[in-house]
Design a protein around this ligand. Structure first.
Ligand code: FES
Length: 141
């Protein structure tokens, strides 16, 4: 079956939403509810904040379910952080912020950008990445 992909445009960027990739971290609608609100249809209100605010919020999406395509050169030239930061999320995944390469057990490599969520609970169906299953099993740690 084809992956569902939805797009929302303004003059500066296109927000790309892949619902099948979401791990329900809730960062988007807690961080910018005027744009990302699951109670609304459509759930993305592209004119609810500035393009910079939307871009910055999407940069915090741990799963990559939300991403963007930039049209505005000023937003494109925003600084890319060299430093990686690792954060242990309470009762959830290991969050790695920054650009990283994941060496897979089969020898292949996967490039990850911005934020990557690694499973700590052992229940993910998409290891080594978190798929939100930690909530279903009541993981604590
Ligand atoms: S930590 Fe999220 S599925 Fe394991």
């Amino acid at each position: 079956m084809d992956e569902v992909i939805k797009e929302y445009d303004n003059e500066d960027l296109t927000v790309v939403w892949k619902p099948g990739t979401c791990i329900h971290s809730e960062k988007c609608f807690k961080g910018l509810p005027a744009v990302f609100n699951p109670a609304n249809r459509p759930w993305v209100t592209i004119d609810g904040a500035t393009s910079k605010e939307i871009k910055d919020q999407i940069d915090l999406c741990p799963s990559g379910a939300l991403s963007y395509k930039l049209k505005n050169q000023e937003l494109m030239s925003a600084e890319i952080e060299d430093e990686q930061i690792v954060e242990v999320a309470k009762d959830g995944p290991l969050m790695v912020y920054g650009n990283i390469k994941v060496k897979n057990h089969d020898g292949s490599e996967t490039s990850k950008h911005r934020v990557t969520a690694f499973c700590r609970c052992g229940a993910s169906g998409n290891k080594p990445y978190c798929d939100g299953s930690h909530k279903n099993i009541g993981f604590q740690g």
